[in-house]
Every structure is written in structure tokens, then in C-alpha cells.
Design a protein around this ligand. Sequence first.
Ligand SMILES: Cc1cc2nc3c(=O)[nH]c(=O)nc-3n(C[C@H](O)[C@H](O)[C@H](O)COP(=O)(O)O)c2cc1C
Length: 183
Amino acid sequence: MDAIKMIEERRSVRKFKNEKVDRETMKEIVSISRWAPSWGNFQVARYTLVDNQETIKRLATDGVDGFVYNINTLKEAKGVAVLSFVKGKSGKLEGDDYATSKANVWEVFDAGIACQTFCLAAHAKGVGTCVMGVINDVSIAEIVDLPEEETVAALIVYGYEDGDHAKPTPRKDVNEILRFVGE
Ligand SMILES: Cc1cc2nc3c(=O)[nH]c(=O)nc-3n(C[C@H](O)[C@H](O)[C@H](O)COP(=O)(O)O)c2cc1C
């Protein structure tokens, strides 16, 4: 798929068919996601894929702080990726001190790049996604038994989109977000 088309046609998908995405396809999507750039090439992003209804139900009940919009999306979901990252690595060069004033913010930055890479890879494979930031990271970590060294960054609901492709959401005019410095 053409890269520009892929970027422009990805949408947040919140309505899913009653059909699981097979694990081989999801493995392929995560494998593609490995090409995301990362601080120091530390590759701190981790993907915990939940594809059983009981755990997805628990994520809806305890993982999104009662946010009804997300609860409704999760009700339809057949798969949820818990995107996490290994703490305390990104932002450091050698030794234990952070190299820049952003300190550990780079680990969240890395997770963000990994997140979009995952969503684009999924879209290219015909799998819809929706990133969820209104979550309770502590509860989710407990529900999926996340390793102690990791923190939850976001949930990414995934599956085959039901109905027409989601409508595009508005974007700012390019002149609102762009400035050039120079002659
Ligand atoms: C960091 C982040 C957090 C988000 N959190 C939620 C969320 O909790 N629930 C939800 O339904 N969508 C969430 N979204 C999806 C955005 O609402 C969506 O990306 C935006 O409206 C643009 O629409 P599009 O993705 O279809 O282009 C989130 C997106 C990002 C990047």
C-alpha cells in the first residue's frame, strides 16, 4: 500500500465485526512495528495482545476509569493490545543520568512512535485500530500481569472494521501548524 495513502486513510475504528484477527496476522503486525525508531535503538516498546473476551471485559470494567465512550468500544472489541514500555532506559546515553532536560519523557515518545507504527502496520494489513489514552494504567498492568519493569502507555483496540470506513476527522490547515525559519 502507498505510504501516503496509508497515513491519510488510517482512522480510529470503534466498530468491529464479530471476528477475531488471527494471532499470526497480529504477530506480523508487531513484527513490522519493530521498525519504529527509538531512543538509542533501545526498542523499549512491548505489546501484550489480549484476545479473550473475559479479559477484554475486565479491561472495560476496570481499565478505562469508567469512561463510557471507551467502555462501549471495548464491548465490541475482539482484540486489545496493551502497549507498554520498559522503564528507565530511553533518555539515557551512558550511565544512570538522563541526557536531556526531558529526562524520561523520551520513553513515552518512543511508545508514541511505536503506537503509530503499529496502527499503520495494522491498517496496511486490513486491521482497524483505536488508541485509548483514557485508561487506568495501574489496573491494566494488574489485569494483564505486566512485568514489573514495564509501564502501560496506551490501549490499542484492534479488529476488522464493521460497516463503512470511519469518516475522516478534521485537520488543521497546514499553515496553522507550520513555520519555516530562514530566507
Ligand atoms: C494519545 C491518544 C489518546 C487517545 N485516546 C482515545 C480514547 O481514550 N478513546 C477514543 O475513543 N479515542 C482516543 N484517541 C483517538 C483520537 O480521538 C483520534 O485519533 C482523533 O480524534 C483523530 O481521529 P482519527 O484517528 O480517526 O484520525 C486517542 C488518540 C491518541 C493519539
